[in-house]
Design a protein around this ligand. Structure first.
Ligand code: NDP
Length: 449
C-alpha cells in the first residue's frame, strides 16, 4: 500500500472502516489520496474545511429493488443503485452500468472517479454513477425493455436535468437509454431531453456521443505521443474489450495511422496482424450482439482466436485497455514491459491496478489514467446537455472538433499541474490534483453543505 501523507492516512482509514468490503472503492480513494500530499501542504484550508473527508462521503446513495418478468413469465429480482457523489460543480453526472459484478463498491469507485474526471473537463457537471447487477447478455430485447422500465420506475424520482443526469456505461448503450428515457417520459409526462445522455440522434442525442469515449481516449493518446515527440502513425497497438469504448478507440487509432492488431471480450482475444477490421467488428458486436470468436470465422484464416488468454501477451508499442477494472495487474504489466510497450492510455475506468501503475512508472512507460484519458465520453454528454437546453443540434464535424479541443485542454492542464506540483510528466498526479482543486474550490465557496 502507498505511504500517505499523515493527514490523508487518517482519512483513508476512516473510508476503509466506514465502507467495509468495498475494495474497488478503497482502491480508487487511495489512488487519489496518494497524489494529494503536496496539495494538503500548500493549501491547509482544504484540510480545515474537511474538504477531502467530505469528498469521500457521497451526498446520497440510493439502493432499490428491480422486479421484472422474463420471457417465460418467471419473476426476476435485481438490485438497482444510484450513488450521487458530489454536486459542487453541477448536477450529478455519470453512467449506469448493467453487469452481474455490480455492487455498491463498484458503483462508489466509479462515482468517486467521476467527480475528478468531470472536473477535469472544465464543464459544469458533478459526479455520480449507478447501475444494476442485471446481465443483459443473452436477454431478448423485450426482457431488456421490461428490466429498464422497472429500473426507471424507481430511478425517475431521483433524477432530472438540474439534479442528476445518468448516461450509458458497460451494458448500457443507446437501446437501454431509449427504454429508460421512454419510461421516464411516460411516468413524468415531460419530454425532458436533458435528463439522460447517450440518446439516439433522432430523439435528442448528440453527434459523436457514441464515438466520444473511444475517440477522446485516442485524441488524448495522440497528445501524449506528441509531448514525447512521437506519433501514433505506424505504431502497433493492442486494445482490450470490443464494446463501445474499444470499437471507437480502434477506429480512431486507424484514422491516425496506427495498427490495432488485437482486441478481446470476456471469452478471449483475437489477433489480426493486418489490423482489426472495424466494420466487421461493429457488425458482430453492435448489430448481431455476437462473440469475438465470430470475427475469426468471418475473416477465414486471416485472424486467430485465443480462448481465455490475456490479450496483453500480444506484443505492442501502445496499450489501450478498454474493457474493465483491474484487467492489467502485475503479471499483465510485466508482459507489456517485456515486449517493449511504451505508452498506456486507459479507455476503461481503473483498468490498471496500483502494482501495474507502479511497474509502468519504474520501467519508464508513459501512463495516462482513465479519469483524464477517457473523459471525452462525459464531456460529450455535457455537450449533449448543452444542445438539449438550447433545443439545438450541432454537426458531427463541429462536435468532434469540440471534443478534440477538450481532450487537448485536459492533457495540457494535467501536464502543467504535474509540473506545478513538482512531478513533471506524471499524468496520474497531474490528473488527480487538477481534478481535485476545481472541486475543492467550489466546495469551499458553497460552505458546509
Ligand atoms: P461495453 O459493455 O460496451 O463493453 C465492454 C467490453 O469489455 C466488452 O467487450 C466486454 O466483453 C469486455 N469485458 C467486460 N468485462 C471483461 C472482463 N472481465 N474480461 C475481459 N473483457 C471484459 O462497455 P463500454 O465499452 O461502454 O465500457 C468499457 C469501459 O470503459 C468500462 O470500464 C467503462 O466504465 C468505461 N467507460 C465507458 C464510457 C462510455 O461512454 N461507455 C465512458 C468512460 C468510461 P463481454 O461482452 O464478453 O462482457
Amino acid at each position: 500500500m502507498a505511504v500517505l501523507h499523515e493527514k490523508l492516512q487518517t482519512i483513508y482509514e476512516e473510508v476503509a472502516q466506514r465502507n467495509p468490503g468495498e475494495k474497488e472503492f478503497h482502491q480508487a480513494v487511495i489512488e487519489v489520496l496518494d497524489s494529494l500530499g503536496p496539495v494538503v501542504d500548500k493549501h491547509p484550508d482544504y484540510a480545515d474545511g474537511a474538504i477531502i473527508r467530505r469528498l469521500c462521503e457521497p451526498e446520497r446513495q440510493i439502493i432499490f429493488r428491480v422486479p421484472w418478468a422474463d420471457d417465460s413469465g418467471t419473476t426476476q429480482i435485481n438490485r438497482g443503485f444510484r450513488v450521487e457523489f458530489n454536486s459542487a460543480l453541477g448536477p450529478f453526472k455519470g453512467g449506469l452500468r448493467f453487469h452481474p459484478s455490480v455492487y455498491l463498491g463498484i458503483v462508489k469507485f466509479l462515482g468517486f472517479e467521476q467527480i475528478f474526471k468531470n472536473s477535469l473537463t472544465g464543464l459544469p457537471i458533478g459526479g455520480g454513477k449507478g447501475g444494476s447487477d442485471f446481465d443483459p447478455k443473452g436477454r431478448s430485447d423485450a426482457e431488456v425493455m421490461r428490466f429498464c422500465q422497472s429500473f426507471m420506475t424507481e430511478l425517475y424520482r431521483h433524477i432530472g436535468e438540474y439534479t442528476d443526469v445518468p448516461a450509458g456505461d458497460t451494458g448500457v448503450g443507446t437501446r437501454e437509454i431509449g427504454y429508460l428515457f421512454g419510461q421516464y417520459k411516460r411516468i413524468t409526462n415531460r419530454y425532458e431531453s436533458g435528463v439522460l445522455t447517450g440518446k439516439g440522434l433522432t430523439w435528442g442525442g448528440s453527434q459523436v456521443r457514441t464515438e466520444a469515449t473511444g475517440y477522446g481516449t485516442v485524441f488524448f493518446l495522440n497528445e501524449m505521443l506528441k509531448a514525447a515527440s512521437d506519433t501514433v502513425e505506424g505504431k502497433r497497438v493492442v486494445v482490450s474489450g470490443s464494446g463501445n469504448v474499444a470499437i471507437y478507440a480502434i477506429e480512431q487509432i486507424h484514422e491516425l495511422g496506427g495498427i490495432v492488431v488485437a482486441c478481446s471480450d470476456s471469452s478471449g482475444y483475437i489477433v489480426d496482424e493486418k489490423g482489426i477490421d472495424v466494420g466487421l467488428l461493429k457488425e458482430i458486436k453492435e448489430v448481431q450482439r455476437g462473440r469475438i470468436a465470430d470475427y475469426v470465422e468471418a475473416r477465414a484464416g486471416a485472424a486467430r482466436f485465443v480462448e481465455g488468454g490475456s490479450v496483453w501477451e500480444v506484443p505492442c508499442d501502445i496499450a489501450v485497455p478498454c474493457a474493465t477494472q483491474n484487467e492489467i495487474n502485475g503479471d499483465e504489466s510485466g508482459y507489456l514491459i517485456k515486449n517493449g510497450c511504451r505508452f498506456v492510455a486507459e479507455g476503461a475506468n481503473m483498468p490498471c491496478s496500483p502494482d501495474a501503475i507502479k511497474n509502468f512508472a519504474d520501467a519508464g512507460v508513459i501512463f495516462a489514467p482513465g479519469k483524464a484519458a477517457n473523459a471525452g465520453g462525459v464531456a460529450t454528454s455535457a455537450l449533449e446537455m448543452q444542445q438539449n437546453a438550447s433545443r439545438d443540434s450541432w454537426t458531427f464535424v463541429d462536435t468532434e472538433k469540440r471534443l478534440e479541443e477538450i481532450m487537448r485542454r485536459i492533457h495540457n492542464r494535467v501536464l502543467s499541474t504535474a509540473e506545478e506540483y513538482g512531478q513533471p510528466g506524471n499524468y496520474v498526479a497531474g490528473a488527480n490534483i487538477a481534478g481535485f482543486i476545481r472541486v475543492a474550490d467550489a466546495m469551499l465557496a458553497l460552505g458546509l453543505v
